[in-house]
Design a protein around this ligand. Structure first.
Ligand code: FAD
Length: 483
């Protein structure tokens, strides 16, 4: 009997992981023939890098969470465990009340759990600090309860005050998604917060309980993040090489324009690119949801509607090469965040949302003569960078960096990467929407969707999503889920 043929559309980390899992995961089994179709002329999607001054620098994710197992496991399976790096600096700062200040200690994803630590950090004015302190002595009742989901921002604001949200919670949680916490789903993005809703006690106390336990004093803390020694995007090179070794067909420059159910007796799905129409027994769409919605529109109108409800934020990352000795020495941690409410000396809103001291954060990027600094710009409600040229953007951000650090930054080598419609927004009731999408997808034979839009935008979550999609399709095709 011929092996079933599965087509994966989208060669980002989710799609490539799906192909890897379809081919047997850690123990290749050759049970399926697999084709990956990728629109761009390179694989990797948001995992990408540029070479600046001889250094390979990530322009998308520069690392991944170490506490979730999926990415570390995949690296191990690909034989790259010895390439895992840990950050060379700990902690971060925030631009608050006119200057850079170390983040308060004992934050739980931006939500304070210790009033003393908050007071010591100096990030809040006295009135805002007193408002947050009310949570300890007279916690405000939460009248709405968990309700299945809640918006993070308004819930925390009711408990701790709006300034805590604008200064800490929005830059940290909102920043991860290039979104705003005003309408971000607590159920998906920060479940412990949802668990605290409906509990009318102190939010700080509730959040303290869900902080990870501190390690014993004689044990070094477990790493929170990893990168790969030759850039995080080199994970794609490793996966690519392994897939080729397994005989997976990978076609780049193949933009899928249509999918359809195959005529009876020829397979299950047809997948069309400008140059060919392929027939597959199984189909995985690992594309961003606007593309996925377009592709499924003729096959399942309801599924297309659910997918279209997920909107995306655009961002840009700008990497500057700065001569050593220019930036102030007393910088704290791996970088800093700039809240949307922060204002420049001239009263304008900052373009930059975050600054990463790349060559301090990652030892493999450290050089004696130069430092690498990454600035990020763009949020769901801030698209100003899209109207600027690369030159204008680089000059404006260099100027902001000078104002933020108090030193002038000489012009030098730089690189701009624009990520249009890159961050899916997890708005309130996202989980319900995803349930609907997955139920609709499961109603079609040997079909699944995966990627950043569903169960987490981070690399580990996308890897998990690719494996789950592959297992669902294999289950139908072969009658037994594989890895
Ligand atoms: C600037 C930035 C920083 C980030 N930082 C981090 C971080 O530090 N840590 C972390 O864990 N995550 C981070 N992320 C998030 C993470 O990188 C992404 O969520 C993840 O890589 C998305 O993977 P994916 O496979 O779902 O989608 P994508 O990477 O978007 O892959 C989808 C693929 O589908 C292809 N495609 C689209 N349309 C078609 C079509 N019609 N036919 C064929 N192919 C098509 C695309 O070209 C693309 O290659 C960051 C993201 C960005 C943009």
């Amino acid at each position: 009997m011929e092996r079933p043929h599965v087509i994966v559309v989208g060669g980002g980390i989710a799609g490539l992981t799906a192909a890897y899992a379809l081919s047997g995961g850690a123990t290749p089994d050759g049970a399926c023939a697999i084709t990956v179709l990728e629109r761009d002329d390179r694989l990797g999607g948001k995992l990408a890098s540029v070479t600046v001054e001889g250094q390979r620098i990530d322009t998308g994710p520069d690392g991944f969470l170490a506490r979730r197992p999926e990415a570390v496991t995949l690296c191990r399976e690909l034989g790259a465990e010895d390439q895992l790096e840990i950050p060379g600096a700990l902690g971060a700062s925030i631009f608050a009340r006119g200057k850079l200040r170390a983040m308060p200690s004992r934050l739980n994803l931006g939500v304070p759990t210790s009033w003393r630590a908050l007071a010591r950090s100096g990030v809040l004015s006295w009135p805002a600090l007193l408002r947050a302190g009310l949570d300890l002595v007279a916690p405000r009742r939460d009248l709405r309860g968990p309700l299945g989901d809640r918006a993070i921002g308004p819930f925390v604001a009711r408990k701790l005050g709006r300034t805590v949200v604008a200064t800490l919670v929005d830059p940290m949680i909102g920043g991860i998604h290039a979104g705003r916490v005003a309408d971000m789903s607590a159920a998906v993005v920060f479940p412990p917060l949802l668990a605290a809703a409906g509990d009318n006690g102190s939010l700080m106390h509730a959040m303290a309980k869900s902080l990870p336990a501190a390690p014993p004093s004689d044990t070094p803390p477990a790493p929170v993040f990893h990168a790969l020694h030759d850039s995080t995007s080199s994970l794609i090179d490793l996966l690519h090489a392994e897939l080729l070794r397994r005989g997976v067909t990978i076609t780049t420059g193949a933009s899928v324009t249509a999918i359809d159910r195959a005529p009876l007796g020829t397979g299950t799905w047809t997948v069309t690119t400008p140059s060919e129409t392929l027939v597959g027994d199984g189909l995985i769409l690992a594309t961003p949801t606007p593309v996925t919605a377009q592709l499924v529109a003729e096959v399942d109108h309801e599924l297309a509607g659910l997918l279209s409800a997920i909107d995306y934020a655009s961002v840009a990352t700008i990497t500057l090469v700065v001569p050593s000795g220019v930036l102030p020495e007393d910088r704290h941690g791996t970088g800093f965040l700039i809240p949307a409410i922060a204002r420049r000396r001239n009263g304008a809103a900052f373009l930059a949302s975050a600054v990463t001291w790349m060559s301090r954060k990652w030892p493999h990027l450290s050089r004696p003569d130069t430092e690498l600094v990454r600035l990020s710009t763009g949020r769901i409600d801030d698209r100003r960078f899209t109207t600027m040229t690369d030159l204008e953007l680089t000059a404006a951000l260099r100027d902001e960096l000078a104002e933020l650090t108090g030193v002038s930054i000489p012009a030098g080598p730089s690189s701009v990467t624009r990520w249009m419609d890159a961050f899916p927004q997890y708005r309130v009731n996202h989980a319900l929407r995803v349930q609907g999408i997955e139920a609709a997808a499961a109603s079609h034979p040997s079909f699944a969707v995966c990627g950043a839009a569903y169960h987490g935008i981070g690399i580990p979550a996308c890897i998990g999503s690719g494996r789950t999609a592959a297992a669902a399709v294999l289950e139908q095709l072969l009658g037994g889920a594989q890895s």
